[in-house]
Design a protein around this ligand. Structure first.
Ligand code: SF4
Length: 135
């Protein structure tokens, strides 16, 4: 394990980024959270691919998984790597209906980002470092 990504309070934000409105809302919410300094938007697909550096970075961080729907691909990718999210948000659980279109609404993105930010605040976490050791 590299010391550069070890602080327990770093947050990595993982989005399912799926091919639907709710999947893309996860992507937009993750970008917004990163830009607001709530954590580092991290390449969740690297964890899904089983790449060791990505998994190690997630293991040493506060993991936020944002899934578009109850299929929960991002959470399951973490679980397949032996990890579990510290914060897990599902867009459809917030009452946003899944559809195979990309007409995203800003208030939907804001609701998801706000839900995650509130959960992070409860945990008392901050943004991840900029070591770049895991992607
Ligand atoms: S969690 Fe749902 S929206 Fe996201 S990638 Fe999986 S099936 Fe698609």
């Amino acid at each position: 394990m590299s010391d550069c990504c070890a602080p327990a309070k770093n947050a990595v934000i993982l989005a399912c980024s799926g091919g639907s409105n709710v999947g893309q809302i996860t992507n937009e919410a993750a970008k917004a959270l990163d830009q607001l300094g709530q954590g580092r938007f991290f390449c969740g697909i690297g964890i899904g691919a089983g790449l060791p550096k990505f998994i190690e970075t997630a293991r040493n961080a506060t993991c936020v998984a944002i899934d578009g729907c109850e299929v929960a691909c991002m959470r399951k990718a973490l679980e397949n790597a032996g990890l579990a999210p510290d914060v897990h948000a599902v867009v459809t659980d917030l009452g946003i209906e899944k559809g195979y279109h990309f007409d995203l609404e800003a208030d939907q993105v804001a609701e998801v980002a706000g839900t995650v930010a509130a959960a992070l605040e409860e945990l008392g976490t901050g943004p991840a470092g900029e070591c770049g050791c895991g992607g």
